[in-house]
Design a protein around this ligand. Sequence first.
Ligand SMILES: NC(=O)c1ccc[n+]([C@@H]2O[C@H](COP(=O)([O-])OP(=O)(O)OC[C@H]3O[C@@H](n4cnc5c(N)ncnc54)[C@H](OP(=O)(O)O)[C@@H]3O)[C@@H](O)[C@H]2O)c1
Length: 310
Amino acid sequence: MRPLIPTGTLTENPRRVLVTGASGLVGSALVTELERCGWTVFRLVRHAPRMAREIQWCAGRARFPEGVSVDAVVHLAGENLAAGRWTDARKKAIRESRITFTRALVIDLGQQTQPPRVWVNASAVGFYGDRGEEILDETSGGGAGFLAEVCAAWEKEARVAETWGARVVRLRTGMVLSAEGGALAKLRPVFRLGLGGRLGNGRQWMSWIALSDLVGVVELALRDGRFAGPVNATAPEPVTNAVFTRALARALHRPAMLPVPSWVLNLVFGEMAEATLLASTRAVPARLEAWNYPFRCRRIEDALREVTGV
Ligand SMILES: NC(=O)c1ccc[n+]([C@@H]2O[C@H](COP(=O)([O-])OP(=O)(O)OC[C@H]3O[C@@H](n4cnc5c(N)ncnc54)[C@H](OP(=O)(O)O)[C@@H]3O)[C@@H](O)[C@H]2O)c1
C-alpha cells in the first residue's frame, strides 16, 4: 500500500465537531467513525433533541446556542435528491434545504464568539453537469442544469465562512456505494431478481465512492490543512453505467439482461432521470490522488465486493 499522508502535514486538530444531516446515510457512518476517533460530535437536528449533544435548529427560526462552541462543521443536510419526481415543490425543497439552510447556518455560526475554524461542506459531482466523455477534475468549470446550479449556489453559500477565516472544503461527492442505503440499496433487490440492466444506452459515466472511503476523506479533511476549496470525493476509476451494471450483476451472480430505455426513465422519474441516472459525469479525484489518499476501493469491483459482502 502507498504511504499515508505524513502526519507532519496534519496542521489542525479540532476536536469538537458539529454534524448536520447526521441521521443520513453518510452522516450516521461518519458520526460513528468520528466518535471512534475521539471527536466530540454534536448533531444539528430538526426535531426536539432526543439524546445528548443534539441541537435543534431551523433556518431563520432559532439561534445556535452561544454556549456550544465547535471547532469544525461537517454540513451534509439536504433533501434527498432521489426521494421522488422533481416537481416544482420538490425542487424548491431541494434548493432551500441546501442554499437557504447553508446561508442561515453560516451566518448564525459566524456570529459565535469563536466561529468554527473548519467547514467541510457536502456538494456533489452534479456540480459538473452532463459532460459526456470529458474528464473532470477540481479545475473543471461547473455545468448547466438544475443540479449543477444548486451545487454551485450551495458551495457559494458555504464559502461565506471563509470571510471569518474558516478553511472551507467543498466535497464534490460521487454516488455513494453502501449496503445500508443510497442507490445500491435500491438497485440490489432488482438485480437479485435478475431484473437489472443498463440505464439508457449505458454509455454515461458514473462517478462513485465507497462509503468507507468517503468517511475517511471527511475525517481527514477535518484535520489536514491542505484540504481547502473543491475536492472531488470520488473513486479514482469512474465507470460507465454499462460497466457498473455488469460488475453489479457479476457481484450478485445474476444476469443483467434487461436494459431500461431512457424514455421509460424519463416517463417515471422526469427531470431527475436526465440529471442523475442518464447524465454522464466522469469526475476524477485529482487532489486526493496528489495527496496519496489511501483509497480502500479504487475499482468498482473492490467497492461492490465490500458492500455486497460476496
Ligand atoms: N448519497 C449519495 O450518493 C450522495 C452523492 C453526492 C452528494 N451527496 C450529498 O451528501 C449529503 C449527505 O448524503 P446522504 O446520502 O447521507 O443523504 P440522506 O441519507 O438523504 O440524509 C440527508 C440528511 O439531511 C437531513 N435533511 C433532509 N432534508 C432536510 C431539510 N429539509 N432540512 C434539514 N435537514 C434535512 C436528513 O435529516 P432528517 O433525519 O431530519 O430527515 C438527513 O440527516 C447530502 O447533502 C447529499 O446531497 C450524497
